[in-house]
Write a protein that binds this ligand. Structure first.
Ligand code: FAD
Length: 116
């Protein structure tokens, strides 16, 4: 059994980071101010320079050039991040996530109340 006070490997770091990023997007404002919009764009660009997995960071920088963050609302940001994550899933041969379900997964809980 692996101890939980050891350094993270790439997959542990990845799943914990996605949890943070999707949760942050889930609580982004519906009507962000201009400052919040520019801060969120800057956040992702800076994040992509320091993410401590070099191949992941390089690919993310390319993704951000091709598909800049959609920062006009919570729903836009969450959908954009879902698409970005799905591109990584595809590259790694993982199943695609249904982006219609993103708020149930990261904010509201599943419709069947299994998260209550
Ligand atoms: P994860 O992909 O970590 O997903 C965690 C949970 O998120 C899933 O259980 C699911 O419930 C949910 N989820 C899945 N897809 C979506 C989606 N599209 N939208 C919303 N929720 C979703 N690893 C590499 O080997 N090479 C890379 O280049 C690489 N790049 C990465 C780039 C970034 C920015 C990050 C954060 C991680 C990257 N990783 C990379 C790690 C990789 O994406 C996974 O985190 C890791 O392989 C562990 O996968 P997992 O099966 O635990 O699920």
């Amino acid at each position: 059994v692996k101890r939980d006070d050891c350094p993270l490997d790439k997959d542990e770091l990845g799943s914990r980071t996605w949890s943070f990023l999707h949760t942050m997007a889930a609580y982004y404002p519906d009507n962000p101010t201009d400052e919040q919009k520019s801060d969120m764009t800057r956040f992702f660009h800076i994040f992509s320079k320091f993410y401590p997995c070099s191949v992941c960071a390089e690919d993310l920088q390319e993704q951000l050039k091709r598909t800049p963050p959609q920062i006009n609302s919570q729903s836009q940001l969450s959908q954009w991040l879902c698409i970005i994550h799905n591109e990584v899933n595809k590259k790694l041969g993982k199943p695609e996530f249904d982006c219609k379900l993103v708020n149930q997964r990261w904010r509201d809980g599943w419709k069947d109340s299994s998260c209550d």
